[in-house]
Design a protein. Structure first.
Length: 185
């Protein structure tokens, strides 16, 4: 794990109860709260994004783990710089790499997720979570100074850092776009 990561322990009761592969989501039953939570699939940890994808193979690209669809390369050991085909690229963007033939058996995670923890205008904090076998396997915080356009706390792993940059780029683009007005207003 990198310098910004903290290992997580998750009780066995948090194992997925149902996997809906058609919508790329996993449902968990939480007996104590009597609630179901939905965890959306994250980007593959071995996906190295290179450019935004213009291909319309995602219905709602803003809901993707990195904020939009991306073209990219595989960085799994032994497959560095392999160009995924269109179906593989779709899975790279959606994540849960457990089904990928290139995925190494010895790995720390199957997927990674990003979210904005705090948007202070000129300073952003991003959280990231690694998952292994549908359970949290580590997490941390990355810091970005918007006014200086620089990372004040980057990730040590180049793959994770590149995905964080892609997520941040998508987030900043959405943040600066005006909200369309409703036809009823």
């Amino acid at each position: 794990m990198g310098q910004n990561e903290v290992p997580l322990q998750v009780p066995v009761s948090k194992r997925p109860t149902e996997i809906d592969r058609s919508s790329s989501r996993i449902e968990y039953w939480q007996p104590s709260a009597h609630l179901r939570t939905i965890a959306f699939i994250m980007a593959c940890p071995f996906f190295m994004p290179t450019s935004k994808s213009d291909t319309a193979f995602f219905l709602h690209p803003a809901r993707l783990p990195l904020g939009t669809g991306w073209n990219g390369l595989c960085s799994a050991p032994g497959h560095e710089n392999c160009q995924p085909d269109m179906e593989e690229l779709r899975r790279c963007n959606l994540g849960y790499a457990a089904s990928c033939s290139r995925l190494p058996a010895d790995r720390t995670s199957d997927a990674i997720r990003f979210s904005v923890a705090r948007d202070g205008g000129s300073h952003l904090s991003l959280w990231f979570v690694h998952e292994r076998d549908h359970r949290p396997a580590g997490h941390g915080t990355l810091e970005y100074d918007v006014s200086l356009a620089t990372w004040t706390s980057p990730h040590a792993d180049a793959r994770v850092q590149k995905m964080a940059e892609c997520y941040l780029q998508s987030y900043l683009q959405r943040r600066t776009q005006p909200v369309p007005s409703s036809p009823n207003s």
